[in-house]
Design a protein around this ligand. Structure first.
Ligand code: SF4
Length: 179
């Protein structure tokens, strides 16, 4: 399967209850292959309307932070653990994460990144079955996963900004090079 076909399946997916309340599914976007992949939690209100990942306030913070780390967003594949917005932006449920997981795994297989930045506990839990971003951040696990904060957490607590950019710089180093 190629990425376009995978994303067309996501756009019409009905595998979990999040399909009932979404406006648009948000598969993710970016080059394929890509050296860097970033994985967030779930689409928010603006993502749900536009069908694009990280375009709201957290997305704008992510864009600024990528710039500070010397990363061009157009070089990064960006997605999230679940592809449809949870009602009222609640955390995705385990059953929703499990239902959506094969899409994320297929994206990792197809995009074939050198480094996957896991932004927040939901991403760390979904891909590594671990919790504790505050403790794990900045660490490289299983050779290609780098744990960092979710941009929404950085929005809520500006004290995390420096560490977040530092993690993105590490991601840049790991992701550079020809595919
Ligand atoms: S969240 Fe994932 S599994 Fe659930 S409906 Fe959306 S695309 Fe399908």
């Amino acid at each position: 399967m190629n990425l376009d076909l995978l994303h067309s399946k996501i756009l019409s997916c009905q595998l979990c209850d999040l399909a009932l309340g979404r406006t648009k599914a948000v598969p993710g976007e970016g080059p394929c292959p890509a050296g860097i992949m970033l994985v967030g939690e779930a689409p928010g209100a603006e993502e749900d309307v536009t069908g694009r990942p990280f375009v709201g306030r957290a997305g704008r913070l992510l864009d600024r932070s990528l710039g500070l780390a010397g990363i061009n967003r157009s070089e990064v594949f960006i997605t999230s653990v679940v592809k449809c917005r949870p009602p009222l932006n609640r955390k995705p449920k385990s059953i929703e994460i499990e239902s959506c997981h094969h899409y994320l795994q297929s994206q990792i297989d197809l995009v074939h990144p050198r480094v996957v930045g896991l932004m927040g506990n939901v991403a760390v839990g979904a891909l590594l079955n671990l919790q504790g971003v505050t403790t794990l951040r900045g660490q490289v696990l299983q050779g290609r996963f780098l744990v960092t904060f979710h941009p929404a957490a950085v929005l809520r607590n500006n004290n995390l900004q420096e560490a977040f950019v530092s993690d993105l710089k590490k991601i840049k180093e790991m992701g550079s090079g020809d595919q």
